[in-house]
Design a protein around this ligand. Structure first.
Ligand code: NAD
Length: 489
């Protein structure tokens, strides 16, 4: 049974144990203990003491950054192991998880460098005798709650800027994928992070997650997950009047104009929806193709999609692994059946894959559906699987309205050789990230956020640490004249 990291100590949690399985064949990876409500309380009390400890509070940015740089080096040393572990935990192909670990290393180094160079502001003087400056202070105990689809990236993206800001972090990973979070705890411990500043509390959202976010000492909720959970957490935060960063679901449109470079666009669209088996918040799941090139484009898209290598996640050339679980596979398949019932035509996939040993895991074929309008339920709801709906368009005004016709606003893709059209369309699309002639590119230096029901707040960026800090403005009087207001006239 795996121990968990509570208040700086490796212990068996007092909750009901859980298991991690490899979605490619359902062999067991580990049995993991989970936190109880008492464990949550112990971790949060220790976190509160740890971030208030003068040794941490008064440590220089360079001293905190040194711990982060050390953690980055340890991540790098353990890169192969961590990539394999994430593959075992959620079935993502090894090529992809290796990329995610690289991104986690780069994120940690980038944030450490930002911390070293983060200066406070000296504001312009408005009163001659008073000097004003603004400092940034930690918020306190931060709850970091993450989903199962890219644990290492989403966890590092929260832990590192929160620690850089001088806070303590309570990390609650998804129940299905806790192994990376526990390794991260070991890495930060080895890097010299003082005890209590990071706890990893495994377990169910409805038990452990609820206990964490409701705890009075938790002062920020940094959450990545579904829109429904995000809305619930926004209510919890509103009651406590604490801040949130909510990175939620998506149903992102991709637009291919008639003048697009077809070869580039076909590859980009396929990567945008089918990498991660479509289990990505930014998956480009609604595709609008100009009528003039629709047949040619669809033909190329279907041919290439049928050649995607779906199989053993540990094989280096695998492009798509299994879905996370049988219940998720059923949900994806239900959506495909719903699309058919709504009049959709399946041009590729549309079924689970059982051949070549894939009957042991939750494999689903990359699926392309045509014949539906944007109003169809499968175009309005997030499927979070390898399902693409392709729709033709001719009128560009109507197209923008259709692309924006969604409760979500996470990302969008545009394929055209006309940069004026690309930029004017980008301005009109309601989404936090727009990719032009590319898709699913990320940079820790570039802020990431969702519009509409895709989220509130942002992550990343050079000043991302400040999202985990609060300001304090100090007015320093340089004059020694008593305030004339008090003088008797
Ligand atoms: P989920 O909302 O079910 O769970 C996410 C996390 O929240 C898990 O750790 C879960 O245990 C916890 N949780 C659930 N209920 C809770 C509660 N009541 N209180 C506290 N914590 C609770 O989401 P999921 O199914 O794990 O992930 C898939 C979703 O995540 C998709 O909608 C996807 O689009 C979204 N996502 C968004 C981004 C982004 O950056 N916008 C990135 C990845 C995934």
């Amino acid at each position: 049974m795996k121990k968990i990291f509570i208040a700086g100590q490796w212990k068996l949690g007092r909750g009901k144990p859980t298991k991690s399985h490899y979605p490619a064949d359902y062999s067991q990876n580990a049995e993991i203990s989970t936190a109880s409500v008492d464990d949550v309380n112990d971790a949060i009390l220790a976190a509160e003491a740890a971030w208030r400890d003068p040794a941490w509070r008064n440590s220089l940015p360079s001293e905190k950054a040194a711990i982060l740089f050390k953690a980055a080096n340890l991540l790098e040393e353990k890169k192969t192991f961590l990539a394999k572990l994430q593959t075992r935990d959620n079935g993502k192909p090894i090529s992809e998880t290796t990329g995610l670990v690289n991104s986690a290393i780069a994120t940690t180094r980038y944030i450490a460098s930002c911390l070293e160079t983060l200066d406070s502001e000296l504001t312009n003087q408005r009163i001659q005798s008073v000097l004003t400056f603004t400092t940034y202070e930690p918020i306190g105990v931060v709850a970091a709650i993450t989903p199962w689809n890219s644990p290492i990236a989403s966890e590092i993206q929260k832990i590192v800027p929160a620690l850089a800001g001088g806070n303590a972090v309570i990390l609650k990973p998804a129940e299905a994928t806790s192994l990376i979070a526990l390794e991260l705890a070991a890495i930060f411990e080895e890097a010299g992070l003082p005890a209590g500043l990071l706890s990893v509390l495994t377990g169910k959202g409805s038990v452990v997650g609820e206990a964490i976010v409701h705890h009075p000492l938790v002062q920020k909720i940094s959450f990545t997950g579904s829109t429904s959970t995000g809305k619930h957490l926004a209510h919890v935060a509103a009651d406590k009047l604490i801040s949130t960063a909510l990175e939620l679901g998506g149903k992102s449109p991709t637009i291919v104009f008639a003048d697009a470079n077809i070869d580039m666009a076909v590859n980009g669209v396929i990567y945008g929806i089918f990498s991660s088996s479509g289990q990505a918040c930014i998956a480009g799941s609604r595709l609008f193709v100009h009528q003039h090139i629709y047949d040619e484009f669809l033909d190329a898209l279907v041919k290439k999609t049928k050649n995607i290598i779906v199989g053993d996640p540990e094989a280096p050339d695998t492009q798509m692994g299994p879905l996370i679980s049988e219940s998720h596979l059923k949900s994806v398949d239900d959506y495909v059946n719903m699309a058919k019932a709504e009049g959709g035509k399946v041009m590729a996939g549309g079924e689970r894959l059982m051949s070549d040993g894939r009957d042991q895991g939750s494999y689903y074929a990359p699926t392309i559906i045509t014949g539906l309008s944007n109003e169809a339920q499968v175009c309005q709801e997030e499927i979070f699987g390898p399902v693409l709906v392709v729709m033709p368009f001719s009128d560009e005004e109507a197209l923008v309205a259709e692309a924006n016709n969604s409760i979500y606003g996470l990302a969008a893709g545009i394929w055209t050789e006309d940069y004026r059209k690309a930029l004017t369309t980008a301005k009109r699309l309601e989404a936090g990230t727009i990719w032009i002639n590319t898709y699913k590119k990320f940079s820790i230096a570039t802020p990431f956020s969702g519009h509409k029901e895709s989220g509130v707040g942002k992550e990343k960026g050079r000043l991302g640490i400040l999202d985990y800090m609060q300001t304090k403005s100090i007015f320093l009087n340089l004059d020694d004249t008593p305030n004339p207001w008090c003088e008797v006239k």
